[in-house]
Write a protein that binds this ligand. Structure first.
Ligand SMILES: [Zn+2]
Length: 326
């Protein structure tokens, strides 16, 4: 089954390559994309724990292991930590460019345009959305509304819930973070189905919190199962939207880093397990590169390809990734 899909993909790729000189691939009407980052789930864990939604998304397109952390021993080496990982995804560059090496006390280099700024610049009419359990993603990493970040804005924002102690009072063992992930994914599903934003980022945090506390454990596996249910809400929102509209939705679910091989509690270094992430997508236009350990920086040009955005040369020349979508 997998081999046949690979073969078909390879054939389609060859055909497109042959035609490439004469035919410019154009996106159909209503190309939309949502990428979901679920925090800190190693590839071996997502493959072992039952995650029917991840499987359903991958059944439409594909699932593959991937890497984060950049080239070891070179300037682009990037800590396997959350914010550096998100920055690598949203800017398509490693930390020697985006300049985020930690989660806090950071100064992102906004000269490397993030995906939302790119879309806002190239197709200003497109609707941008973020649904996130961590507000810093929008305010600091993306630099929304900052002059030095290009002064662009989202059309839809659902975040800041982690500071809303009335609606989400702090609970032992960070259980309120699971409640926030739940609320974030439900709102994402609702707005995707009703408004159909053209590019959305969903970020869910709880899995990483549990792994830091318990390491490899039943608790962590339970949190992964729960995460899959949150992603299911989003996936059902996309399916409902596609059912009602003539739109072509790209869904990518991934994680930002693995975990250490001994306890599973930590991450940040360059061990194989910390660097090994995974991607699940419904895209039916995957190139063979998708199955050859792509990197987190490949997601940026892949989404741009799906959205039919030509990346301007002054942005493209800095990118460390390449599209795995034809
Ligand atoms: Zn962590």
């Amino acid at each position: 089954m997998l081999n046949r899909r690979l073969f078909t993909t390879a054939l389609a790729w060859l055909t497109l390559t042959v035609l490439n000189n004469t035919v410019q691939a154009q996106p159909g009407p209503g190309s939309k994309a949502v990428f979901v980052i679920v925090d800190g789930i190693p590839a071996d864990v997502i493959e072992r724990v039952p995650t029917p939604t991840i499987d359903a998304i991958a059944a439409e397109g594909g699932y593959g292991r991937a890497t984060v952390g950049g080239p070891i021993g070179e300037p682009g080496e990037t800590p396997t930590i959350s914010a550096p990982g998100y920055m690598s995804l949203i800017t398509g560059t490693w930390a020697n460019k985006h300049n985020v090496h930690a989660n806090y006390g950071i100064s992102p280099d906004y000269r490397y345009w993030n995906l939302f700024r790119l879309v806002r610049s190239e197709k200003p009419e497109l609707q941008l959305a973020i649904f996130s359990t961590w507000t810093d993603n929008r305010k600091i990493l993306l630099g929304e509304g900052l002059a030095e970040g290009g002064n662009w804005r989202f059309d839809m924002v659902v975040d800041g819930l982690e500071t809303d102690e009335v609606r989400f009072p702090r609970r032992p063992l960070d259980a309120h973070i699971a409640d926030i992930d739940n609320a974030v994914s439900r709102e994402a599903a609702r707005l995707i189905a009703s408004e159909g934003p053209d590019l959305s980022w969903v970020y869910l945090q709880y899995t990483d919190d549990v792994a830091h506390k318990y390491g490899e454990s039943v608790e962590f596996e339970r949190a992964v199962v729960q995460m899959d249910k949150f992603v299911n809400a989003i996936w059902l929102g996309v399916l409902a939207r596609q059912e009602a509209h003539d739109e072509d939705w790209l869904v990518i679910v991934t994680t930002d880093h693995g975990r250490d091989a001994v306890t599973g509690r930590t991450h940040g270094a360059q061990s194989k397990r910390e660097r090994t992430i995974w991607m699940a997508t419904n895209s039916q236009r995957l190139t063979p590169d998708f199955y050859a350990m792509p990197e987190i920086v490949d997601i940026y040009p892949s989404i741009a390809t799906h959205l039919g955005i030509t990346i301007p040369e002054q942005v493209a020349r800095h990118l460390d990734g390449a599209s795995f979508i034809e």
